[in-house]
Design a protein. Structure first.
Length: 406
């Protein structure tokens, strides 16, 4: 508790508790959900804490779920007991007071087929992403750069602090990014074993753990790439249906995220398949067997892991500060692509990630094509790992990653 770093999503959680009977906070295992709920006084005030990771509590919830709902409560890992969700729905329908329940879980309840009862209209849903660079540095009280840039396209004047390879390799799961650097590999090893052997098995029956582990590793090697399930299934020696089911499980448990394609422009050759991203760059690097991001070592995977690191930071920033904004990617078959498109109302901003401190004209081709084909685009940004932000042309900018994620 004494080492707790504030999370940017907390103010939104508190406001939701003032409006609705329940709040649901989901996210990848070890992103810090339980720590947040037990450390922030507005989340715990007047509520009793229960975790279904505790065997006795789980047994009580399965036998008599109403017994945990006799008073306002924080209920952690609720996906382990679907019966409890049914009881919560019934209880909320009888008593609509605001802020009665805070529910937390390491599975996306809206994606799980065995959760038949919905809390629609009764609860607000939030995702706790891996810690952002701002959170790790303890700068959550400062206004983020990105919302202001979306509004005004004003460049920062100060110099940015580049993103280091160590930041990408450690990711944003608190035990890895806040702990000793030389202990992260051992922590990731235990994390993967626990995840495969316990969490996923609780969500669905997996008959071949070896094949599943192989698919997880192959997925990590493809982070930042357009998802083609048939190719992934072939390499994993699985049927396309089984590979698709496993990917659904990975997404339901927040291990991966499928980034949708941006389709609102004049191109007729747009790729519509989603792009695959691991939720955490450190975990993706561990599963892919990457322990160094030195230039020239494996530049393709190096770029993909930097892109994944930016993706997880953007997801956390947007969830906390711009919840109505949509994040996508853009790709013309055989021509141009852009890593991220931020769609805010009628505005669109494209971001291309460059892991190095320098760039060439060819690095701007995708951004220029996006501007040409997208009337709603107000800016196209080359996010590079340098220090100074510059305007390169009409609506075209080069902005350090250190500023974009600040």
């Amino acid at each position: 508790m004494t080492n707790y770093l504030p999370r940017e999503i907390t103010p939104r959680l508190v406001k939701a508790l003032e409006r609705l009977p329940a709040v649901v906070l989901s996210g990848l295992r070890q992103t810090g959900k339980s720590t947040l709920l037990r450390s922030e006084k507005p989340m715990t005030a007047g509520r009793r804490y229960h975790t279904l990771d505790d065997f006795a509590t789980l047994a009580a919830a399965q036998e008599n779920p109403e017994s945990l709902l006799e008073e306002d409560a924080v209920l952690d890992e609720v996906q382990r007991c679907p019966e409890l969700l049914v009881a919560i729905k019934q209880s909320v329908d009888e008593d609509r007071r605001q802020g009665r329940f805070v529910l937390s879980g390491s599975a996306n309840l809206s994606l799980l087929s065995h959760v038949s009862e919905s809390l629609a209209g009764r609860a607000a849903y939030f995702t706790l992403h891996p810690m952002t660079r701002r959170e790790i540095a303890g700068r959550t009280k400062e206004e983020p750069f990105l919302p202001g840039f979306i509004r005004t396209q004003t460049l920062p004047r100060d110099k940015a602090k580049p993103v280091t390879e160590e930041e990408v390799l450690s990711g944003g799961l608190p035990p890895a990014c806040l702990g000793p650097a030389d202990a992260s590999a051992e922590w990731f090893r235990g994390y993967v074993q626990t995840y495969v052997e316990r969490d996923v098995r609780q969500l669905s029956q997996i008959t071949d753990l070896v094949a599943f582990r192989t698919l997880v590793q192959l997925t990590a090697l493809r982070t930042g790439q357009v998802l083609v399930i048939s190719r992934l299934a072939r390499d994993a020696k699985l049927s396309a249906a089984t590979a698709g089911r496993y990917l659904d499980l990975l997404e339901a448990s927040f291990l991966i995220h499928r980034l949708p394609a941006f389709l609102k422009n004049r191109s007729s050759r747009l790729i519509k398949s989603p792009k695959l991203h691991f939720t955490d760059s450190g975990l993706a690097a561990y599963l892919a067997g990457v322990d160094s991001l030195e230039p020239g070592h494996d530049d393709l995977l190096r770029g993909s892991l930097f892109e994944t690191y930016v993706a997880q930071n953007l997801a956390g920033l947007l969830e906390a500060h711009l919840p109505d904004v949509r994040l996508a990617y853009w790709h013309e078959q055989g021509r141009h692509e852009v890593d991220f498109v931020i769609e805010s109302g009628r505005k669109a901003i494209a971001i291309e990630v460059k892991a190095t401190t320098r760039w060439g004209e060819s690095d701007l081709n995708g951004l220029r094509a996006f501007l040409d084909r997208t009337p709603a685009a107000v800016a196209a940004v080359l996010g590079y790992n340098g220090r100074e932000a510059v305007k390169l042309g009409d609506r075209l900018f080069a902005i350090p990653l250190g500023h974009l994620l600040a």
